[in-house]
Design a binder for this molecule. Structure first.
Ligand code: APR
Ligand code: PHB
Length: 389
């Protein structure tokens, strides 16, 4: 089989790229390890930057998001119960869309179906071949039969555990990593959210986040030690801990109910450079991971896809390789900015086991500055709603 762009991975990055390319008349084949149901069972964050909203619309997958998503003009921050608001529109002239990233993946699959895109699911032994030659290809097993997809380019959108990044030799690749000494225990529950906006709460017992999917679906998190297991946390224990970390008004409004999903995610910052090797271009979690504080994962995948899509359309429609040549550098410049924001927001809000009282005072001072300084709020709002592409 021959195509123009072979895309490894059918998560948000791979599907968004495939959808944009198909709409621009560029042929793709998506190769995904898992079943569609498995991909759509992964619960992800729920805040979409406006740049990503517009890209999803441009891909023809924004209709349900525009109907069911909730635009948010601000968020709340709490420091040991002291609550204040960041007004995104006042501070940065932008807002965000609250809409589940899993829903976006579903909408992208539906959009791909509608245009008859080629997607292989449940494949084995995906291998990238001759990536630096003019004739790259991807081979894999589908129902025990060996398949070969020849392509002009390969997009590695196969997430952190994929095969694309390791294809780049270690002599070329440089990795940067920070592991945080805690995780987030998250639950999804069919209850009205404690607040009309997200609440990011720093507390001496540890961080908590009140998020939502809609008027009757709440997504709540508490920071937990990495040694905790989900089985150790009953719903009652979760809600008790969450209530203790929320500011009083929100704690009073908390409605509890059975969890319909409960999981622990570790926090990590990771970047692999470069994002291009020969005809292989990495996008999304294949090249970088951010901690969830600020919900930049899908948003960063979207900006990579934007740069890669531009480069590929310039190549196919204009005959210029300038965008592809610049891809790694352009994508990484924005990746590092998002890394900085997610790291700083994580460092400011969590309880670190090795922090001294001095370091805890520094966190309080950072938050007091954010509360009282219009410039600090602007920096926060610009980053949270998304830096320009
Ligand atoms: N071959 C083919 N597909 C693979 C392989 C492989 N060897 N390894 C992994 N995959 C698939 C995974 O099953 C997954 O569906 O690649 C996909 C990668 O998807 P994500 O992990 O969601 O990564 P990405 O598309 O970059 O998503 C970016 O969106 O929702 C957020 O939190 C999510 O930060 C992530 C972001
Ligand atoms: C979520 O809704 O799951 C969510 C929202 C904001 C974050 C992280 C996760 O920063």
């Amino acid at each position: 089989m021959r195509t123009q762009v072979a895309i490894i991975g059918g998560g948000p990055a791979g599907l968004l790229l495939s959808q944009l390319l198909n709409k621009a008349g560029i042929a793709t084949v998506v190769i995904e390890l898992r079943s569609r149901d498995y991909v759509l069972s992964r619960i992800r964050a729920g805040v979409i930057e406006w740049g990503a909203v517009e890209l999803i619309r441009a891909a023809g997958a924004g209709e349900r998001m525009d109907r069911e998503g909730i635009p948010h003009d601000g968020c709340r921050i709490s420091d040991n119960g002291r609550l204040f608001r960041i007004d995104f529109v006042e501070s940065a002239g932008k807002r965000v869309m609250v809409y589940g990233q899993t829903e976006i993946t579903k909408d992208l699959y539906d959009a791909q179906d509608a245009i008859g895109a080629t997607i292989f699911h449940e494949v084995d032994g995906v291998t990238l071949n001759d990536v630096v030659s003019p004739t790259p290809s991807v081979t894999f097993l589908k129902d025990g039969v060996r398949q070969t997809v020849e392509a002009d380019f390969i997009a590695g959108c196969d997430g952190f555990h994929g095969v694309s990044r390791p294809t780049i030799p270690l002599s070329v690749r440089r990795e940067y990593e920070k592991i945080y000494p805690f995780g987030w225990l998250g639950i999804l529950t069919r209850t009205p959210p404690v607040s009309d906006e997200l609440i990011y709460a720093r507390h001496e017992r540890g961080f908590a986040l009140a998020s939502m999917r809609n008027a009757n679906l709440s997504r709540y998190y508490v920071q937990v030690p990495l040694t905790d297991r989900v089985e150790d946390w009953s719903d009652e224990a979760f809600f008790e801990e969450f209530r203790a970390r929320m500011p009083a008004e929100a704690a009073r409004r908390l409605v509890t109910g059975p969890s319909i999903e409960k999981s622990i995610a570790p926090l990590r910052s990771f970047v692999s450079e470069p994002m291009r090797w020969g005809h292989l271009y990495l996008a999304g979690d294949a090249a970088h991971i951010v901690p969830p504080t600020g919900a930049k994962g899908l948003n960063l995948a979207a900006s990579d896809v934007h740069y890669l899509y531009e480069g590929l359309s310039e190549w196919y429609h204009g005959g210029s390789n300038a965008g592809l040549e610049a891809y790694s550098q352009r994508a990484l410049a924005r990746v590092w900015q998002s890394m900085r924001f997610s790291w700083a927001f994580t460092m400011m809000m969590h309880r670190f086991p090795d922090h001294s009282d001095y370091e805890r005072q520094m966190q309080s001072a950072d938050l007091a500055f954010l509360e009282t300084s219009a410039s600090a709020r602007r920096v926060m709002a610009e980053n949270y709603t998304g830096l320009p592409y």
